[in-house]
Design a protein around this ligand. Structure first.
Ligand code: PLP
Length: 186
């Protein structure tokens, strides 16, 4: 299958949040894809549209296998499908994890500056935001390890929301950094 990464449909005047801008503006603030959705996905959606009825559905084995296939191809690791739960997005999943893992009044650690919606998942569930701010040297961001360790060790800190790649600093953490964070959390 050939995928078109050259052309982007004109989404101005389509109620697009991203493209609701003046003609001279480039909307570079939102993580919204400009390329067309993959033809296989459009074809599957068209099949549903042709049926014309849109009731409740259960995601089936093919859905979970597709996720496992993706991890295997991209990360050389195949998660078991019985580890997976369907959610309607990253943010609903984070909110559910906040409610499951931590308790009201606990600290949830983040690394500021970070994706603003994390705060909704924490504060709307009655938890506190505790930031171990990323350090900026004028060129790139890094972790203040001593401070992170100290804040993770606070008894009220029961959860960390780790952003990788980091939004907005755009950093992909190295495997050593990810391992170190996992060890500190543990
Ligand atoms: C770090 C991060 N988490 C979650 C989301 C939301 O993802 P989704 O809308 O696919 O659930 C975004 C969107 O930009 C994001 O940057």
């Amino acid at each position: 299958m050939q995928y078109d990464f050259e052309n982007a449909p004109d989404r101005s005047k389509t109620d697009s949040v991203k493209w609701d801008v003046k003609s001279s503006e480039l909307p570079m603030w939102i993580a919204d894809m400009d390329f067309k959705t993959a033809p296989e996905i459009i074809a599957a959606m068209q099949q549903k549209l042709t049926l014309g009825a849109f009731g409740y559905e259960f995601p089936q084995a093919d859905y979970f296998n597709a996720v496992a296939d993706w991890y295997e191809t991209e990360h050389n690791h195949r998660p078991q499908t019985n580890w997976m739960i369907f959610t309607t997005g990253v943010v609903p999943a984070i909110s559910s994890i906040v409610r499951r893992i931590s308790h009201i009044g606990d600290n949830v650690l983040v690394q500021e500056p970070v994706y603003n919606i994390f705060y909704n998942s924490i504060l709307n569930n009655g938890r506190h935001v505790l930031s171990s701010d990323l350090a900026f040297d004028g060129k790139s961001y890094s972790i203040n390890w001593a401070e992170l360790e100290q804040k993770l060790a606070e008894p009220l800190t029961t959860l960390m929301i780790f952003c990788n790649p980091h939004n907005p600093v755009g950093k992909v953490w190295t495997s050593e950094e990810v391992q170190k964070i996992a060890d500190l959390c543990h």
